[in-house]
Design a protein around this ligand. Structure first.
Ligand code: NBP
Length: 483
């Protein structure tokens, strides 16, 4: 179908995310939306169901490109990776300098940096954009994290602002930084989401297996938590999932779902990049590993057969649920502190000027980690944009201090009960590492110097030193080790 109509924005890829985003765009004043999908049947389906939104549908990529007004602006919503590259090259063959290609898929930010560089040579603006909120968000208002050039943002900004979620009157979209910045922060967003989910899951497990609460009681606890400072989408849906009864067995649905957690890879990317940048994101790491452990049924069954006796959970008091809540909050502060550290490190490494407060603002609605908590992070960065870590912001420092005793009790109870709480305990270990005046890293430096002459620094004078371990064990001043 060829058409002369001029659309100000186009969407390529009309699976669940693309069709919902196209509907969102088309429902906003001033937008005429061109749509195209490799398999035309999907386009026809969208037209049949929602043709009243005035879409300009094309069967061929040529007609799609011809239907766009200049600067041509197309949002790609196809499977990340090869699918995205295929669509980019189709568009790039037909687009002109000044036109804009937006990738709204979950791309690896390294790919986004490469694609932006290649397309820039052709004068085409490439904008890698994180979009969070799943299919509902795409339809009603996602949190949007665009990278790319200032020039592209001028055209794209008003369009994205019109479709984004709104938090306290402000659209949840900001120009995060150049080239891959948007996809980088979306990756970290997903990593934080992993950590947050893991911590909630640990809270649930401890309340049930140690606290002895029924699933029904847990629904009440999570609903109550959702009216306080833990208020968030993830706590809200936790109560919803726990309240669901399986129609077939009459049991709580959570008890008939296989306990092997899946993932699509953004958590792994977050950890891989954090390791490369030297940033401890132990909360995200533990969450990724916990999903991996859950998905090892053979090992789990073998160990369960070998380990026949398990610890008896200690008797807990009425304040147990409050303790778990405090441990969850403190661990969550650590997970977010680590995630924001990673963003600071990524920005430094890749040359992005990322406004952390603005980022926390656009995560307050539309996305999966939306939470009351984010307002506190906005305030923390407004008070001190170059905060060393969220843990020293007065509000968070106070919140952690108030919950510290409970946090320690819960980690102790988890260990004594044989209930795994890797998120809670690693968060506490991270906090204790930062809070310790001396760390055993001194001993590690000694070991490294012993076997590899890796040298060390001293606390009492400048310089680099090596002990002649295999000679008379005297110390010599030396150059820093390069190996
Ligand atoms: P999918 O990730 O399932 O991808 C399906 C779409 O990709 C279809 O339109 C398909 O066309 C198209 N496609 C593929 Br596959 N290979 C192609 C190729 N070589 N050339 C052209 N088109 C190709 O869709 P989705 O779940 O809607 O997600 C879209 C993007 O949004 C993904 O990058 C995803 O990671 C991201 N995302 C998803 C969510 C979510 O909650 N689902 C949230 C945030 C971001 P066809 O119809 O011809 O097969």
């Amino acid at each position: 179908m060829s058409t002369q109509t001029e659309a100000n924005i186009g969407v390529v890829g009309l699976a669940v995310m693309g069709s919902n985003l196209a509907r969102n765009l088309a429902s906003r004043e001033g937008n005429t939306v061109a749509v195209y999908n490799r398999t035309y049947a999907r386009t026809e389906e969208l037209m049949k169901e929602h043709g009243d939104l005035g879409f300009v549908a094309s069967e061929s990529i040529d007609d799609f490109v011809a239907s766009l007004s200049t600067p041509r602006t197309a949002i790609i919503m196809v499977q990340a990776g090869k699918g995205t590259d295929a669509v980019i090259s189709q568009l790039a063959e037909r687009f002109e300098p000044g036109d804009i290609i937006v990738d709204g898929g979950n791309a690896n930010f390294h790919d986004t940096i490469r694609r932006e560089r290649e397309l820039r040579e052709q004068g085409i603006n490439f904008v890698g954009t994180g979009i969070s909120g799943g299919e509902e968000g795409a339809l009603h208002g996602p949190s949007i994290m665009p990278g790319g050039s200032d020039e592209a943002w001028e055209t794209l900004g008003p369009i994205l602002r019109s479709i984004a979620a709104v938090a306290e009157g402000e659209p949840c979209v900001t120009h995060v930084g150049t080239d891959g910045a948007g996809h980088f922060v979306k990756m970290v967003h997903n990593g934080i989401e992993y950590a947050d989910m893991q911590l909630i899951a640990e809270a649930y497990d401890l309340l049930r297996r140690v606290g002895g609460y029924s699933v029904e009681e847990l629904v009440g606890i999570f609903r109550e938590w959702n009216s306080g400072d833990l208020e968030s989408y993830l706590i809200e849906i936790t109560a919803e999932v726990l309240s669901q009864t399986d129609a077939e067995t009459g049991r709580p649905l959570v008890d008939v779902i296989a306990d092997q957690a899946g993932s699509k890879g953004t958590g792994v990317w977050t950890v891989q990049n954090a390791v490369g940048l030297g940033i401890p994101v132990s909360g995200i790491g533990e969450a990724v590993f916990a999903r991996a452990v859950s998905s090892k049924p053979v090992q789990r069954a073998a160990v369960q057969k070998t380990v026949t006796s398990r610890p008896e959970p200690p008797t807990v008091t009425d304040t147990f649920a409050d303790d778990v809540r405090a441990a969850l909050y403190a661990s969550k502060v650590v997970a977010y502190a680590q995630g924001f550290d990673l963003i600071v490190a990524g920005a430094k490494e890749y040359g992005w000027d990322i406004d952390l407060g603005a980022l926390a603002k656009i995560w307050r609605a539309g996305c999966i980690i939306r939470a009351r908590f984010l307002n506190r992070i906005v305030e923390a960065y407004a008070n001190k944009p170059d905060l060393e870590t969220l843990l020293v912001d007065p509000y968070f420092a106070d919140a952690v201090a108030k919950g510290e005793d409970a946090w320690r009790r819960i980690v102790g109870v988890a260990a004594a009960s044989g209930v795994p709480a890797p998120g809670f305990s690693s968060a506490l270990a991270y906090f204790d590492s930062l809070a310790s005046e001396r760390l055993p890293a001194a001993l590690i430096q000694g070991q490294r110097d012993f076997f590899g002459a890796h040298t060390y620094q001293r606390v009492d004078k400048d310089g680099t030193f090596h002990t002649l371990w295999s000679e008379d064990r005297s110390e010599v001043a030396t150059e820093p080790s390069t190996h």
